[in-house]
Design a protein around this ligand. Structure first.
Ligand SMILES: [Zn+2]
Length: 241
């Protein structure tokens, strides 16, 4: 019988986690993988990379418990390389199994969640901001957006977005680069979190995404002035992605 992982995880779940971990690990040579099974409604897959320990902390929806070798290999490639083909395979798998997701409308779009970037871990950032500014009341998933091909100069970039229906914050990959300071990424994440607090209002027949109250609230961010100033000075670099 397998030993319990910790006191509060029932043995059968601990065994299922161990087994899934082993099957994924078989495809990843150079890092350790730690799997936690969840029944989260919004996040089917979330990956956190602990770079200095060469370790991935992976939270997977329990629909993956009996995943076959094709799926476990795709998980490994997705976890280690954020591989696009793997991501498609997993997306299909999640769609096929979406009726296992508690409380979720069957045809609701599924989202692949990828929180661990090259430079910034969005989950960690979200958790810190949630504790510091929101009393841990924000309930949303967060992910980096899709990777794109060759860098080019764009006319505009949507640095962040918040989907009310999916409770999903998406942050543009352009921000996951070494020249972008942490406070700037935090500001964008903070801004998107505020969208859950402030409803969109209608003013003079137009939807108003950023009301006076929203903007006042946004200015509470500790590095607000510095972040705005940094954006103004680095807009060209941000738009080249
Ligand atoms: Zn906004």
């Amino acid at each position: 019988m397998a030993a319990k992982k910790s006191d509060d995880v029932p043995t059968e779940i601990a065994e299922a986690q161990d087994s899934l971990e082993r099957r994924i690990r078989a495809h990843i040579a150079k890092a350790r993988v730690q799997v936690t099974l969840t029944d989260n409604r919004y996040t089917m897959i979330s990956v956190r990379r602990v770079a200095k320990e060469r370790r991935y902390e992976v939270r997977l929806h329990c629909m993956f418990v009996d995943a076959d070798p094709v799926i476990t290999r795709a998980l490994a490639k997705y976890i280690a390389d954020n591989d696009a083909d793997a991501s498609r395979i997993l997306g299909d798998f999640i769609d096929e199994n979406s009726d296992h997701v508690k409380g979720r409308a069957r045809r609701a779009p599924q989202q692949l969640i990828f929180t661990a970037g090259e430079h910034y871990d969005l989950r960690q950032m979200f958790d810190e901001l949630n504790a510091r500014y929101f009393d841990n009341k924000i309930e949303a998933a967060i992910t980096w957006g899709q990777r794109t091909g060759r860098p080019k100069r764009r006319n505009s970039i949507k640095m962040g977005s918040y989907s009310v229906e999916d409770k999903l914050i998406r942050i543009h990959r352009s921000l996951d680069r070494s020249f972008v300071p942490k406070f700037f990424v935090e500001w964008i994440v903070f801004h998107e979190m505020l969208h859950q607090v402030h409803d969109i209002t209608v003013k003079n027949g137009r939807r108003e995404f950023h009301s006076k109250e929203f903007l006042a609230d946004e200015a509470r961010f500790e590095h607000y002035v510095v972040a705005r100033d940094w954006e103004r000075r680095h807009i060209d670099a941000l738009l080249t992605y």
